[in-house]
Write a protein that binds this ligand. Sequence first.
Ligand code: B12
Length: 254
Amino acid sequence: MKDRIRDYVLGLGVDDVGFAAVADYHSVRSPQLTTIFSAAKSMVVLAHKELSNCDSPNMQIAFSGRMDLMEFARSCNYKVARFLEREYQARAMTVSPSYPLEMSYDTMGSIGDVSLRHAAVAAGLGTFGRHNLVLHPEFGTRVIFTVILCDLDLPSDPPIQEELCNQCDLCVQSCPAGALEEAGKTDIGKCLKKSQPYGIGANIHFYQKVLASSPEEQKNMLKDPEFWRLYQAGFIGFQYFCFNCLKSCPVGQK
Ligand code: B12
């Protein structure tokens, strides 16, 4: 069954695919999978190669490449889930590449319902590196994951035994926020400030300033490009302005 699913997934143009039994997925900080899908037995993990857009110093181009990837990835997620339902009478649920995320004091908006990195490791698609991202044996760090949970009994692919990160520390050195100083931990606050300059922190700051300003100042603030950028980010979703830890990684680069 796995071979047929693999052929279907690769036929969609997805770069790689792995399988993990739910019992082999371990992500301490993420919710239990049974709270999401009580009958889930396995996960199909899709690996999508990041485009070269991330190398551009132009952040519109850099992020629109990611948007293309996410649109493709979501569409593949849907097609694979439907394939499992149609061909094997399975029940299947898709997990998005990024948002929506639970926004609460418990998660602080920084914990996905399924940890795609831990799913990728469980499915034999990669290993964690110094940057706390997962490296794929062929694409290195330039890879994004999505998952389809299902109630089929699909055994896990063999885990990768070899250490893919060469500990060169280029990711640590290239981080403009100093968010990777401590091994095994990303400083989320520092990363967010640089990587999502028009994210929730910037919104809170902007609206606090609006509330404390006179009506005349408020009118001017709406004419300020700072507001226009917040407005654009609002409908794009999480908009990344930094790819340094991902693109500085030499593994898999020609
Ligand atoms: C919220 C989120 C963020 C937050 C918080 C990140 C975080 N600390 O988890 C912020 C905004 C900071 C962020 C930043 C980035 N993100 Co992000 N993010 C997510 C998201 C939506 C949820 C992550 C989550 O649930 N974390 C909570 C739990 C699972 O993490 P944790 O248990 O605390 O584990 C941490 C450490 O303990 C350590 N860790 C855990 N186990 C192990 C084992 C070993 C051996 C080691 C060394 C470390 C280690 O790694 C984690 C990082 O702090 C995922 C998508 C998803 N649903 O998984 C994408 C995801 C993790 N992000 C991704 C990417 C690419 C990025 C960025 C490069 C931004 C960009 N331009 O795209 C940066 C990288 C920052 C970095 N080097 O850590 C990719 C990673 C792909 C990959 N190849 O690994 C993901 C998987 C999205 C995807 N669809 O592929 N992200």
